[in-house]
Design a protein around this ligand. Sequence first.
Ligand code: AMP
Length: 431
Amino acid sequence: MSFEKLGLIKPLLSAIKELGYEHPTTVQKRAIPLVLAKSDIFATAQTGTGKTAAFALPILQKLRHPLEHNDVRVVILSPTRELSIQIYEDILSYSTNMKVKTMILVGGKDLEAQKRKLKDGIDIVIATPGRLLEHIETGLSLNSVEIMVLDEADRMLDMGFTKDIRKIHPLLPKRHQTLLFSATFSEKVRKLSKLILTKPAFIETAKKNTTVDTINQVAYLVDTDRKAELLAYLIGSRNFPQVLVFTKTKVSADELIVELQKDGLKCGIIHGDKTKANRLKTLTQFKEGKTRVLVATDIASRGLDIEHLPYVINYELPSIPEDYVHRVGRTGRAGRQGEAISLIDIYEKYDIRDIERLIGQKIPQETVDGFEPDPTIRRKDQDELKLKAEHKRASGKKERQYNKNTSGVPKGRKQLKETKKKRKTTKRDPK
Ligand code: AMP
């Protein structure tokens, strides 16, 4: 299918042609006609599926006729500053042949300067929920908003923006369109969708919580204290040109970068303790190829869009299995091949099972010659683990026994009533 067939107007078609997009991705094929037809949308589209264009292109088409007023017509909410910038850059490139005014409202910039710019008339606002509320509290009106987008809604809710979104939603006019995009399908997102969406069309472009098909995933077993060495070896021996490395904590990110620098690797680091300006500078240097390795924590993993990123390495597995999906989604974007490598120690060997359960896929475990784990090393929490497993086995046994006694299914009130009724009938039957 071509973009023309989706009903997009010429200024947009020529802009995307310029960007080298040949065919719409699955989420684009499904979402673009629905957005143009004014439908609310609930899309579970992973990062890298082309979801930004899926909402941005039809939105721009809807804004092609300027209105008399100067008010904001579209609000796009995003969890982080980095993702907001990415969306902004994408919208700028899609709207290059149009007269649509777009602006980012995120923290770290002068509120007054943002207010002045807003007064001049802005069509699309891309904002983090907190900063948008600050503007609303000081006079920004959402009365003329036609479309609201929640991008990476699951992440926004995980980051504690639920209250802010609940405050923003009632301020929108009754008739407006809402597009919700989420990488994963969590209970929190489902609840929010019920509150903010009206008769939405559902778009599911990938199975719940699965990783993108084009990513090769592998886990290398290695001792904890040899991880940095193995990482440097992999980057060097396999000649990785550009690699994004994830750590679980800021502390291990800081420690890792020192080790990698000792091996002569040019590295950048992004985590919550770095200033926003610093994070942006580091990202730009990585994008421009000035640094070969970018070490990041999970908070920074969202919103990083790096073209053709071929390798993602999990130096440590994330605390939350869902974050694995977000991390590896940084590679294999828009149908391209990618590789996600996890370095797992004796502890993580068990943690990876939760990830496998979530993505419904087995991640092959291998070793690298010269880095095989020392078989004499035991987990420090071995005894605790054994005890836990025993408890689990015992409670499993109890449950199985219970199910056997109750023919497998615990009976609810209704079921019990039905059984009673049946018994009565049986008694009468012999007449
Ligand atoms: P997103 O999922 O929105 O973060 O997009 C991931 C990447 O895919 C971005 O670099 C986009 O520029 C790119 N992209 C989006 N749509 C297409 C398309 N139809 N063809 C090729 N690349 C695309």
